[in-house]
Design a protein around this ligand. Structure first.
Ligand SMILES: Cc1ncc(COP(=O)(O)O)c(C=O)c1O
Length: 354
């Protein structure tokens, strides 16, 4: 495997890739329903939830859309501190919702104090928060953010995008009181793209029943009716469910705490290396991501040339996102990446830097 230090799609283990090639079967068959049920049950462990986990035939953005369509009739507060939080806000507006923005500059975190101020001023049906901003390497303090919402506005639902962190960082959905928690297959889960997973609380599902115009494809109330029979309203993405079945076994075999410790150690190693080379992470402490390090390019490295060099070693990193292109670069350390891969990458970067 040639390590790709990009924040998705990431490398997929050969055994997981191979699982997709299993012969197809009718999706309304006992054999498939059994696989679908067990992937959902194993996913509950990863989400730290007793609630349902939906397995959607879409990338993560589909579940961002499902979140705002199902749980918001009118008023939602979008916490925005990066590109994917901005997308979720635009998605809410595109779906006809009134979506206010609680916004801080890219690279900063949304703090509980800021959120408290915003929800004291106005009442919202839901807030959207991106746990790990892939564009900036900022991890928002979701546990503390959820706490202030529960204290100040207990009826407000908490919708969390963990596309680039779930499976790499511990996110305790039930203990933190998250109502909707979504992710994509192609990042920390180290699966090919095309599958989304999202868990929803009972109170969120109750609310969804009252929301008009939930659409059809992402109507979670309809999906729930089918899920209760270990099925979906539409044809599920069967090869990815086969792969998920194998990959969840591998993840649980590694042990969730071991997996989170591996990601945290790789983040620390990468970020300490960057600081030692005079390049600080964009995110301040204690908001640095465990899965993607966004580093300020204060040395003025030619990122395209760096990647060209790294490719000769079978590796690649990611440039900065959007306006941060060339001003930052991103090293993703997620999924199948190990500490020895990180060590090799950093050694190669040192060789490039001379
Ligand atoms: C934090 C975050 N949210 C949402 C998305 C969109 O996910 P997808 O590309 O799976 O639709 C991404 C993609 O990189 C992301 O990093």
């Amino acid at each position: 495997m040639s390590p790709m230090f990009v924040p998705g799609p990431v490398d997929v283990a050969p055994v997981v890739l191979a699982a997709q090639a299993k012969p197809m079967m009718p999706h309304r068959s006992k054999d498939f329903e059994e696989i679908f049920r067990r992937t959902a049950e194993k996913a509950q462990k990863l989400f730290y939830t007793q609630y349902r986990v939906f397995q959607g035939t879409s990338s993560g953005s589909g579940m961002q859309e499902a979140g705002v369509r199902n749980f918001v009739q009118e008023q939602v507060l979008s916490c925005v501190n990066g590109a994917f939080a901005d997308r979720w806000n635009k998605c809410a507006i595109a779906n006809g919702k009134k979506a206010d923005r609680l916004e801080v500059p890219w690279g900063q975190a949304i703090t509980p104090e800021m959120l408290a101020d915003a929800i004291k001023k106005k009442s919202y049906e839901a807030v959207t928060i991106v746990h790990n901003e892939t564009s900036t390497g900022v991890e928002n303090p979701v546990k503390e953010l959820a706490k202030v919402v529960h204290e100040l506005s207990p009826d407000t639902l908490i919708l969390v995008d963990a596309v680039s962190s779930l499976g790499g960082t511990k996110i305790e959905m039930d203990a933190w009181g998250i109502d909707f928690l979504l992710t994509s297959s192609q990042k920390c889960l180290a699966l090919p793209p095309g599958l989304s997973l999202a868990a929803a609380s009972d109170r969120a599902m109750k609310k969804a029943e009252t929301v008009a115009n939930r659409g059809w494809y992402f109507d979670l109330v309809l999906m729930e009716k089918h899920r209760l029979k270990d099925s979906t309203p539409m044809t599920p993405v069967m090869p990815l469910i086969f792969a998920l079945d194998v990959q969840l076994d591998r993840i649980l075999e590694e042990g969730l705490d071991n997996r989170f410790a591996r990601h945290a150690a790789m983040a620390k190693r990468t970020q300490n290396w960057a600081v030692a080379h005079g390049m600080d992470p964009l995110a301040p402490e204690p908001y640095r991501s465990k899965t993607v390090s966004t580093i300020k390019n204060t040395k003025g490295l030619d990122i395209a040339a760096l990647n060209k060099f790294l490719l000769t070693k079978g590796m690649r990193i990611a440039n900065g996102y959007g306006d941060l292109k060339d001003k930052t670069f991103r090293i993703a350390h997620m999924g199948e990446i190990t500490m020895s891969d990180v060590d090799s990458l950093l050694a190669n970067m040192e060789e490039f830097m001379g």
